[in-house]
Ligand binder design. Structure first.
Ligand code: IFM
Length: 458
């Protein structure tokens, strides 16, 4: 497999997220987000770590973007911190927050790197959570206003926008299980958060479109290929329910199919939150759908699982090869997911907006030899090519992620980066996987001749 097999228009990149890399949690007028609060609450995160400083991308952005340039990576996906731009989430705009993202965007453009911006990657302003956060329907207006501020500030230079990152994860982990910020639990909160996030993903698209016709608008979903443990009817039904919950619940209303209530009866209880006219408000014609795949899930029937009656069998219980996240390494999953999304009639284009792996990384003689990550990436990219050759309209692949960072409830332990970060000194070391990606992407397009980018390294 060589990069040229994908054609010249295929978008290659890396993805990151504000809370995971920026640090500078209280600098230059930034307000608190739910993650600032949650991660600084004892007992919530592995070893009580937090991302107050993280990799300090806030200060190191120019050297980190220079590393992207060094690695020949032409597209950079990052998210905006809502509370850096609007400290309380509403009305007042923090110009120093806007200035920071202007610096990031302008420097990308100077180096010939295309910015891809996610509006929401889980770090809701804390003041909005105090008003109910995603469980309050007013969030549709709050989010619309925030979107408008961002597009007006950056839309003159940024073409590619993603509305929301992995709504299933932040509603499920944050409002049902309570293991992510804001740490809320229960079906009622979950279902209201789901409905409001689904309204927001479409509303965000509409706001962007209303502000310009040339934007490339998408939104991103976590998704895993799902198989039943046994070939019994009960396990097949369990797998169908898990599929509706994990893969279909957000995309189907977006493309006009409504919620997958037939396969997931519990969604009938969402009626409490649905108002007349919502069906239309839930849908929007995105220019692309971002799929984010890491593994497959094996599912079995279980009487003991409330609501779903289905249970995921984790990779360690199945004794299969896995990453540090206890996710099975199963490259065919990305192929099946691409085929599945391609089967929907009205998805114009798919981009793999995240794929990657966490492994133990060790420094030997100043180098990090992460051969397992290279193999993981190669095997998954091959499966993307397999899908593309079979006619799937997939037009991009972004590695998760550029630099090691804060992996939410797991803290700094799982390292996903192409670049190793020493979190005490902030030193960066390009891993073998970074060099491999650089080689894979070489001559991708003519890069602008800039002053030697290592001069930006601090
Ligand atoms: O780190 C996360 C990211 O924020 C969202 N997608 C999955 C990644 C790995 O868990």
């Amino acid at each position: 497999m060589i990069r040229e097999d994908f054609g010249t228009n295929f978008k290659w990149g890396v993805s990151t997220a504000a809370y995971q890399i920026e640090g500078a949690h209280n600098i230059d007028g930034k307000g608190k987000s739910i993650w600032d609060e949650f991660a600084n609450t004892k007992g919530k995160i592995f070893k009580n770590q937090n991302a107050n400083a993280s990799c300090n991308f806030y200060e190191h952005y120019s050297s980190d973007i220079a590393l992207l340039y060094e690695l020949n990576i032409p597209n950079f996906r990052f998210s905006l911190s809502w509370s850096r731009i609007m400290p309380t989430g509403r009305k007042v705009v923090n110009e120093r927050g806007i200035d920071f993202y202007n610096r990031v965007i302008d420097f990308c453009l100077e180096l010939g790197i295309e910015p891809w911006i996610t509006l929401y990657h889980w770090d809701l302003p804390l003041d909005l959570e105090k008003k109910g956060g995603w469980t309050n329907r007013d969030i549709v207006d709050w989010f619309g206003d925030y979107t408008s501020v961002c597009i007006k500030a950056f839309g003159d230079r940024v073409k590619n926008w993603m509305v929301i990152n992995e709504p299933m994860v932040f509603t499920g982990a944050g409002y049902f299980l309570g293991v992510h910020a804001p740490g809320k639990k229960g079906l009622t909160r979950f279902l209201s958060a789901v409905h409001h996030a689904t309204l927001c993903q479409a509303e965000g698209g509409r706001v962007i479109r209303s502000l310009g016709s040339n934007f490339n608008i998408g939104t991103t979903f976590s998704c895993s290929h799902i198989e039943p443990l046994h070939s019994t009817e009960k396990d097949h039904q369990a797998a169908a329910k898990a599929d509706a919950l994990l893969n279909r619940m957000f995309v189907e209303p977006l493309i006009g199919l409504g919620y997958p209530v037939n396969d997931l009866k519990i969604l009938q209880r969402m009626e409490t939150y649905i108002k007349s006219g919502d069906e239309q408000k839930l849908s929007f014609d995105m220019d692309f759908i971002g799929i984010q795949n890491y593994t497959r899930e094996i599912v079995t029937h279980s009487y003991f699982m409330p609501f779903l009656k289905a249970k995921i069998i984790k990779a360690d219980k199945r004794k299969v090869e896995r990453t540090l996240m206890n996710w099975e390494i199963y490259p065919e999953s990305i192929y099946h997911i691409l085929k599945k999304f391609n089967d929907y009639k009205n998805i114009p284009q798919i981009i793999v907006t995240e794929n990657g792996a966490a492994f133990e990384d060790h420094i030997t003689d100043g180098k990090v030899h992460d051969e397992k990550r290279i193999k993981y990436l190669q095997d998954h990219i091959s499966q993307v090519l397999r899908a593309k050759k079979e006619g799937v309209n997939v037009n991009g692949y972004f590695v998760w992620t550029l630099i090691d960072n804060f992996e939410w409830a797991e803290g700094f332990y799982p390292r996903f980066g192409l670049i190793y970060v020493n979190f005490s000194t902030n030193q960066r070391i390009i891993k073998s996987s970074g060099y491999w990606y650089r080689q894979f992407l070489q001559n991708i397009n003519s890069k602008p001749l800039v002053q030697k980018s290592s001069e930006y390294l601090i």
